[in-house]
Design a protein around this ligand. Sequence first.
Ligand SMILES: NC(=O)c1ccc[n+]([C@@H]2O[C@H](COP(=O)([O-])OP(=O)(O)OC[C@H]3O[C@@H](n4cnc5c(N)ncnc54)[C@H](O)[C@@H]3O)[C@@H](O)[C@H]2O)c1
Length: 265
Amino acid sequence: MDIAGHVVVVTGAGQGLGAALAEVATNRGAAGVVVADLDLDHATSVAERIGGYAVHADVSTPSGIDTIIERARERYGRIDLYISNAGIGSRSSVFASDDDWTRHWNIHVMAHVWAARALLPEMIQRGHGGLVNVASSVALSSQPEMAGYNATKHAALAVAETLAIDHHDQGVYIGCACPQGMRTPMLLGQLHGAPPELAAFGLANAIEPLDAATRIVDGIEAGRFLILTHDEVQTYAQRRAADHDRWLGGMRRMYQHLATTDDRP
Ligand SMILES: NC(=O)c1ccc[n+]([C@@H]2O[C@H](COP(=O)([O-])OP(=O)(O)OC[C@H]3O[C@@H](n4cnc5c(N)ncnc54)[C@H](O)[C@@H]3O)[C@@H](O)[C@H]2O)c1
């Protein structure tokens, strides 16, 4: 799906990958870019920098999604491509509270469902439009102590796959980006204060958000469903699919080694 001449919405665009996606969309000739975020100051500063339109909204509620869509339509008349990028990266084991789990579920899954529900009828009628969900490489894998993050990113991929099966032939482009490490405030915050070996592991192969955004927008413009920022993720996914038990053994060994260097609570 071409970006040039199209109106693009990016959620979670106040910083990190979202801000980079908004910038790349602008540079590819988008007719308008909506920079939506919970943090209005960040969204405003990105919008001013790229000539976009800042919208303050919380994607964890249906009314927040409605606000983004209404404000985008008021400003630009239509939405051609909606990128559900907003995410949270807190630890989320099974011992996290139900409120934490619900927050992960709403931001990583329902935000995409609510946007699709609101936008699909018009896109199907026009035979044109696109919905992209930014999941994660963990949608094709899993990380320790992050059950809520892992589960909701797996679900995000499943929702996107279903939409792609159901609506591709109606002219709607569906994509799912599964980035691996990117040097965004999310990753840097997670690694802040971590033991050096763990931090080095987390940062190994982490790429700049602008490079990740360029790969993702390339994937969108090529019309690909699964968009990776790191080629090796394809290999990991293939190994996991080929022998799940072997893959789990490897994950346990790797993280047991790293855990011995992690004294965080
Ligand atoms: N950074 C990584 O290494 C990495 C790896 C894989 C996937 N991802 C995914 O990429 C996406 C972007 O991550 P990032 O690293 O840029 O994160 P980030 O924390 O740096 O930025 C996320 C942005 O989303 C906004 N946001 C959070 N909750 C929101 C809400 N309820 N409503 C509106 N905005 C909200 C934040 O204010 C922030 O501006 C996320 O979905 C994340 O899960 C990140």
